[in-house]
Write a new protein. Structure first.
Length: 93
């Protein structure tokens, strides 16, 4: 069953290639969605895919790239995915 998840990732996650890491790892699980930096130095991520793939992906995101230090990931799940995303993108704002 496809689901959607929204994550807020805190710690040292900006300027350490975290968004690129998230995008590259999303391909491993066939996920769609987006990731972006927020003004408060956290990273927001929305992804859709199979529930177990999303759980495995979150486990990878907890580790992050080598220079990152993930302190916390706030996870919000939604049942069902609406399929609005065609790929996984880095949002630049």
């Amino acid at each position: 069953m496809k689901k959607r998840v929204r994550l807020i990732i805190s710690g040292r996650v900006q300027l350490v290639m975290y968004r690129d890491f998230a995008k590259r790892k999303s391909r491993k699980y066939g996920l769609t969605g987006w990731v972006k930096n927020l003004p408060d130095n956290t990273v927001e991520l929305v992804a859709e895919g199979e529930e177990q793939d999303l759980k495995d992906y979150i486990d990878l995101l907890e580790e992050g790239p080598i220079l990152a230090e993930v302190e916390n990931i706030d996870v919000k799940w939604w049942d069902g995915a609406n399929g609005e995303f065609k790929s996984f993108e880095i949002v630049h704002e």
